[in-house]
Design a protein around this ligand. Structure first.
Ligand SMILES: Nc1ncnc2c1ncn2[C@@H]1O[C@H](COP(=O)(O)OP(=O)(O)OP(=O)(O)O)[C@@H](O)[C@H]1O
Length: 255
């Protein structure tokens, strides 16, 4: 049995009178692909925002490899190796694809002002490494032909891939994808499923995913947590979730 990487316990998030997340618990194992699903407004993105440091939870624990990350600001959570994408793609749209990948590595490239000014050997080496990494991820994501194109001018599916590349280039432990299939065509969805699988197999990343596309969720996830009105209502393998009466009811109630 592999080790738990992310553990969320008794997580609550209140907005005024609304308990958007109500005692959510989950544990994601090393190199697992774990999905959170649920009807609109169930609290999925709020859970993501709490884990990634965009919200400070009202209550509850969040640990990464046994270390508490609850309540840390997002940049500190990112420094622990937890990175995420957003429901609406967030890129530097006026920069080129390549520049987006170089900027994503700014933490790794030595930013010491003096070493930058004098272009020390170490600084130049770090710059070269950043460029080589960028080239690698352009290839993995099939974006090499668009390296010098403005990110904002890419087709939507390519923007989504660039967003994932920006995460992966930082060599994360946990990759959090918020509705990565939204806006993709059926062919792109199939490719996305293969990509998620490939990222886990080849780069050892653990994946936490929110997704409405059931074919993708059922095809790629090892375990699924279902939320409704802020509460966890089911947790299990895809086959069990597919046949869970509470889950079926929650989804039927939505349509
Ligand atoms: N910053 C906020 N202030 C007030 N209410 C919020 C805030 N963020 C989320 N909510 C509310 O919390 C509830 C859960 O929202 P959330 O976006 O987490 O749901 P979701 O499951 O991700 O939905 P969807 O699938 O539609 O993206 C909703 O009722 C939403 O209006």
């Amino acid at each position: 049995m592999s080790q738990t990487m992310l553990k969320v316990d008794g997580l609550c998030m209140r907005f005024g009178g609304l308990l958007a997340v109500d005692h959510v618990a989950l544990d994601v194992k090393q190199q697992e692909i774990f999905a959170i699903i649920g009807p609109n407004g169930a609290g999925k993105t709020t859970v993501f925002n709490c884990i990634s440091g965009f919200y400070k939870p009202t209550e509850g624990g969040i640990t990464l490899n046994g270390q508490s990350i609850a309540g840390l600001p997002s940049h500190a959570v990112a420094n622990h190796g937890v990175v995420r994408t957003f429901q609406n793609v967030r890129l530097f749209k006026g920069m080129t694809v390549l520049e987006n990948l170089l900027v994503a590595q700014h933490q790794q490239v030595k930013r010491n002002l003096l070493s930058g000014l004098f272009k020390t050997k170490a600084y130049r080496a770090a710059e070269e490494e950043a460029k080589a990494n960028a080239a690698h991820w352009l290839d993995v994501m099939g974006l090499r032909a668009f390296a010098n194109r403005e990110a904002g001018n890419l087709a939507y599916g390519h923007q989504r891939r660039l967003e994932i590349a920006r995460c992966m280039i930082t060599n994360p432990k946990l990759l959090m994808l918020d509705e990565p299939a939204a806006g993709l065509n059926p062919q792109e969805k199939v490719e996305l499923q293969h990509l998620i699988d490939q990222l886990r197999k080849e780069y050892g990343v653990t994946v936490l995913l929110i997704e409405h596309d059931m074919s993708l969720v059922m095809g790629v996830s090892e375990r699924i947590l279902v939320m409704e009105y802020g509460k966890p209502i089911a947790l299990g393998v895809p086959e069990a979730i597919r046949n869970d009466e509470r889950v079926i009811k929650a989804y039927l109630g939505e349509s």
